[in-house]
Design a protein around this ligand. Structure first.
Ligand code: WTA
Length: 646
């Protein structure tokens, strides 16, 4: 809104930053007027074994959808992230690892990183892993997680990182979904002082994945695990037997780099495929400009490598820029709510990037845990993952940043590979709660439900016209679903699934998903996944899951459950079902509320009216809209009754 407070760019920052406002406008204009020229210039920022001569070949359909960038160039992502820096930065810190326990940390130089990655790459080769193979990584936030990713990139294997908080079932689905036969894990993870039984989970998952013939296991805690001599290999043993010389495979720009499973509005998670050249150019370039990264900066992104943010902005973007990137094993409130800021002081962090849900949780702890730390090295603060409410933005700005640090609220998606809508620190006056303006080359469009493009200050469905190098290329094994999901709703446009408002200054305000995807603590989840977990329980007949506003998590999970005939609702059963979902998917999918629903509101054709369920979950009974098309309108009254009497 126009009445939002505007925070101008401090002049001295504009003078020092890579781009100030006039430069942003000029570069942006060039990037959309002449994308070939713009992306040729920026494509050269990475090292190519064989330079590209073609820049862009993109069709958004109808019919054929293909996206290719730099397609005749060859390069290697790991070479760019490590080898290229060895002549100047061999002894500089590439990774600062901060353990869950504050007494543990480690500095890994570029030289050591090279050695560790090459050894592990050779260890994988020795077990038969080769270019094009898919390798699943199910790891805690330890340095080996990044070595594993980089080693895959080095030999041309395609990694699929699965978040360590996922259940055995969810892991199995993702292993099968990308047909991988090698898994990398650890004995146990450590988070907030608690152990996560990764190897035990993996063993369970592998019962349904007979094709996995190698499991590399990092010894993290030394806890008891079961061992399969044929299949399991200790990381350390494999690496100590391996050579430290491993040439980086020459990869085509469009060879896949990784698959990352993410939730959609229907069905099973989708295997988003990112390729090599364009992804790397975009990840590195956005990291440089959005965080105004300069040589020598200590940079910390608190995400997990199990999510896209960890891929692009813990590993690939920062390392390609030769940065020092901090890898944190723990959680924001362990041992105390000062942890984030203590780590910033301890390692002299200059750039800090986290999620609104963490900010809101820490905000609740009051000022003291922040104030007892210095934070004086921090220059820039970033957020990602969900809309940040202005109250949390202001707290981040005033309390954490003491009014001194610009905030970059970065909007993007697993599918986009890198940041698309964001302030640039030296160029963009800020409005709390707005992701502000598009990055170079990005052309956001707002369209109504009929696909009509809306002009000026307005609200609609967020689409992107034209491509950018970091864009996903396909869904693994299902190009048809790729076309259907992203390029069929609005012809000729990439549809993001997000709703968005644009104000009179051309600032974008993301309003949240317009599909059945919910965003819980910045973790993206399909309501369909939670529903199918619930109906897999023998006592459940049917279920509908919606998101509802939650103070800390942004959105909470609200589950309506219809039991089989003869089953009686009870508090014990409620607890049992909640635990069940936790086990089926993982703790992040734990329902916050579970309401018994003798019937669900359905249209005469049997479609569940989620709009109504969302309103009831929100306690907003006044605006249920038209219920006359329901097969049985009385179920709504019943659900409202139950909601009110909870
Ligand atoms: C949401 C995370 C508002 C959005 C990088 C998007 C945001 C989904 C923001 C992607 C932001 C991400 N403001 N909403 N700054 N950043 N989102 O794939 O709904 O895990 O579609 O990628 O998160 O989540 P994903």
């Amino acid at each position: 809104m126009s009445d939002a407070t505007v925070f101008p760019v401090p002049e001295e920052l504009a003078a020092k930053a890579w781009v100030d406002e006039p430069r942003y406008l000029e570069m942006y204009q060039k990037s959309v007027d002449n994308p070939e020229e713009f992306w040729t210039e920026h494509g050269k920022s990475i090292h190519w074994f064989k330079p590209f001569t073609k820049v862009k070949d993109v069709s958004y359909g109808p019919g054929d959808v293909h996206i290719r960038w730099y397609e005749d160039g060859t390069t290697n992502v790991c070479y760019n992230a490590i080898d290229r820096h060895l002549s100047t930065k061999k002894d500089d810190t590439a990774i600062i690892w901060e353990g869950d326990d504050p007494s543990e940390h480690e500095y890994i130089t570029y030289g050591q990183l090279h050695n560790n990655v090459c050894r592990f790459a050779n260890a994988m080769k020795a077990r038969g892993v080769k270019k094009g193979d898919r390798v699943t990584i199910y790891m805690p936030m330890i340095p080996e997680a990044t070595y594993a990713m980089l080693a895959c990139a080095r030999i041309g294997a395609v990694h699929s990182v699965v978040f360590g908080g996922f259940s055995p079932d969810a892991l199995a689905g993702r292993i099968l979904g990308c047909e991988s036969n090698c898994l990398i894990t650890a004995d146990e993870g450590l988070r907030g002082g608690r152990k996560v039984p990764l190897k035990a989970n993996a063993d369970k998952a592998l019962e349904s994945c007979p094709n996995v013939d190698t499991v590399f296991v990092v010894k993290r805690t030394g806890g008891d695990i079961t061992w399969n001599n044929e299949r399991d290999v200790w990381w350390d043993e494999a690496c100590s037997n391996a050579d430290s010389d491993c040439p980086a495979e020459e990869m085509n720009a469009e060879d896949p780099l990784f698959i990352l499973f993410t939730s959609g509005s229907t069905g099973q998670p989708k295997g988003v495929v990112h390729t090599t050249g364009g992804y790397l150019v975009y990840a590195a370039m956005t990291h440089k400009y959005v965080f105004d990264y300069h040589d020598g900066d200590i940079y910390w992104c608190t995400a997990d490598v199990g999510w896209i943010t960890g891929h692009s902005y813990i590993v690939y973007g920062p390392l390609t820029n030769g940065a020092t990137t901090l890898v944190f094993e723990g959680v924001p409130n362990y041992p105390t709510a000062s942890r984030f800021w203590e780590v910033c002081d301890k390692h002299k962090v200059n750039i800090f990037y986290t999620a609104p849900t963490a900010i809101r949780a820490l905000m609740r702890e009051g000022l003291a845990p922040v104030k007892r730390t210095s934070r004086s090295t921090i220059r820039l603060l970033g957020t990602v993952g969900e809309p940040i409410n202005p109250e949390a933005w202001n707290w981040y700005h005033e309390v954490v940043g003491e009014g001194r640090c610009q905030i970059v609220d970065t909007w993007w998606q697993t599918e986009t590979g890198g940041i698309l809508i964001t302030p640039l620190p030296g160029a963009t006056p800020l409005k709390p709660g707005s992701a502000t303006r598009p990055f170079f080359g990005i052309q956001p469009l707002l369209v109504d439900n009929d696909g009509k493009t809306l002009e000026g200050a307005t609200e609609g469905n967020l689409c992107i016209a034209d491509s950018w190098p970091g864009q996903m290329r396909t869904l693994y094994g299902d190009h048809e679903r790729f076309i259907q999901t992203y390029f069929s709703t609005y012809k000729g446009l990439y549809f993001t699934g997000d709703g968005c408002r644009r104000d009179e200054d051309g600032y974008y305000w993301i309003t949240g998903r317009v599909d059945d995807v919910i965003n819980v603590s910045g973790h993206r989840m399909g309501t369909a996944e939670v529903e199918s977990a619930l109906v897999a329980h023998p006592k459940v007949a049917e279920s509908a899951v919606v998101g509802y506003p939650h103070d800390i998590k942004g959105q909470g999970i609200y589950a309506y459950v219809t039991l089989n005939a003869g089953e009686e609702p009870s508090d014990d059963l409620r607890k049992e079902l909640i635990t069940w979902v936790r086990k089926e998917i993982g703790p992040i999918a734990t329902p916050d509320m579970l309401q018994w629903a003798p019937g669900l509101p359905k249209t005469r054709s049997g479609k569940i009216m989620r709009r109504i369920l969302r309103k009831i979950a929100e306690n907003d009974f006044g605006s249920l809209g038209d219920t006359s098309t329901l097969a049985d309108p009385s179920v709504v009254d019943d659900l409202i009754d139950k909601r009110m009497n909870k």
